[in-house]
Design a protein around this ligand. Structure first.
Ligand code: ADP
Ligand code: MG
Length: 237
């Protein structure tokens, strides 16, 4: 396929403060992303690295179709996202993108298996098929003996493994992760990073957001964000 996984051109994001007026004066909009132009090829493993406040999460939310840019072009898998209404954006999000967050976001009263099945419930696939895939994925992340455990009985690292399995349920082309090791100690963190390599070898495109240079060094390409702009784009040899 000739198109990149992700194509961004001149992406900006501003936040207005219409509700907040100071002494009757307008507070100017804050431009958080100042013109991001970037192609990420299919099958790449990239890290988006920068200090806190540099705009990483804002950019990942736009890439993840959780938010729209103020200006610029965003194409995912060759599809121009600006012409999609919210419903078609969420279809694309559910089919093509898998999310992993710092805080895992597992459903506390559901088992590991139920949590992994969850994103498949709207796909129309039979429950038996979803369950078989969820069991397979939980085995891949090393949790085949924890299928019936609720999140409160799992360690942080195990909870993040469940979240990784969940992100893979719908066989997305692209995995987006925002500080996935942010709540984990360093040895658990390296285990999770190893799993990202496994997921990458399965053929997924990975965008890993982190403030941590060591975590970023796991990727094949490191894009450094500084104050809403790309400061460096380093392809490791
Ligand atoms: P990072 O993930 O790199 O820490 P963010 O993308 O979360 O950075 O935030 C970048 C900047 O945008 C920060 O200065 C933050 O305060 C600001 N920001 C993020 N979301 C909003 C919002 N909803 N309204 C106003 N400002 C925001
Ligand atoms: Mg962030």
């Amino acid at each position: 396929m000739s198109f990149p996984a992700i194509h961004l051109s001149g992406i900006t994001k501003s936040y207005s403060h219409l509700a907040e007026k100071k002494n009757g004066d307008d507070i100017p909009d804050i431009e958080v992303l100042k013109g991001i132009t970037l192609d990420i090829g299919q099958g790449e493993f990239i890290a988006l690295q920068g200090t806190s406040g540099s705009g990483k999460s804002t950019l990942l939310h736009i890439i993840g179709l959780l938010d729209r840019p103020t200006a610029g072009v965003y194409e995912v898998l060759g599809q121009d996202t600006s012409i999609l209404d919210d419903d078609r954006q969420s279809d694309l999000r559910n089919q093509s993108l898998g999310f992993i967050f710092q805080s895992f976001y597992l459903i506390p009263y559901a088992t590991a298996l139920e949590n992994v099945i969850l994103p498949g419930l709207y796909s129309g696939k039979p429950r038996s098929e979803l369950q078989a895939r969820a069991e397979f994925l939980l085995e891949q992340v090393g949790l085949s003996d924890r299928l019936d455990f609720k999140p409160s009985r799992l360690s942080g690292g195990q909870q993040q493994r469940v979240a990784m399995a969940r992100a893979l349920l719908n066989e997305p082309d692209i995995i987006l992760a925002d500080e996935p090791t942010g709540q984990l100690d360093s040895s658990t963190s390296s285990e999770i990073i190893k799993l990202f390599h496994v997921v990458h070898e399965m053929g997924r495109t990975i965008v890993l957001v982190t403030h941590d240079e060591e975590v970023a060094s796991a990727a094949d390409r490191i894009i450094k964000l500084h104050d809403g702009l790309i400061a460096e784009d380093i392809l490791k040899g």
